[in-house]
Design a protein around this ligand. Structure first.
Ligand code: AR6
Length: 169
């Protein structure tokens, strides 16, 4: 059984086996939660991302996939980088967003992670409406069979937390 927990705050302050990053396919950092993770996690994460680019992901990490690196100075063993879809009104990309959660949990299982902290993937720069993103995130985690014991959603602000809390009920 996987327990789902919601907390409000900065994911870079969390303690977990794995912290998920809402990255972009370059894996070379960016703004939002990605920028915060690289800032607080330090250069070891970027170095590991560069190695992944050089070895497996020369063309970048495809949307919906996930890959792990060291967590550097974060209070975690791994950062799992996943690339969310940019929200589109004309095209349904829900399956790609669900895939981010599923693939991150698959990578977490491979690593043996028991606790995994997720941000609300795609709801910032990538503009996915929070309500819909929360529904997809929670449904996908509930429907995924995993050895992860605790999935923690770390919502940056009170409105995001409230949306997730309503959807969880
Ligand atoms: N802790 C928890 N949540 C956060 C934090 C934090 N420290 N900072 C922001 N959020 P975003 P995306 C929330 O933009 O939409 C980057 O440039 C934020 O309020 O980080 O998937 C990447 O490099 C929002 O609810 O990710 C990509 O280019 C959520 O995290 C692009 O942004 C996701 O916002 C990815 O866009």
């Amino acid at each position: 059984m996987t327990t789902i927990r919601l907390v409000q705050g900065d994911i870079t302050r969390e303690s977990a086996d794995a912290i998920v990053n809402a990255a972009n396919s370059s894996l070379l950092g960016g703004g939002g939660v990605d920028g915060a993770i690289h800032r607080r996690g330090g250069p070891a994460i970027l170095a590991a991302c560069r190695d992944l680019r050089a070895s497996r992901y020369g063309k970048g990490l495809p949307t919906g996939q996930a890959v792990a690196t060291t967590a550097g100075n974060l209070d975690a063993r791994w950062v799992i980088h996943t690339v969310g879809p940019v929200y589109s009104r004309s095209e349904d990309r829900s399956e790609l967003l669900a895939s981010c959660y599923r693939e991150s949990l698959r990578v977490a299982d491979e690593l043996g992670a028991r606790t995994v902290a997720f941000p609300a993937i795609s709801t910032g720069v990538y503009r996915w409406p929070m309500e819909d993103a929360a529904r997809i995130a929670l449904e996908t985690v509930r429907e995924t069979s995993t050895g992860v014991e605790e999935v923690r959603f770390v919502l940056f602000d009170e409105p995001a937390y409230e949306v997730f809390a309503r959807q969880l009920d």
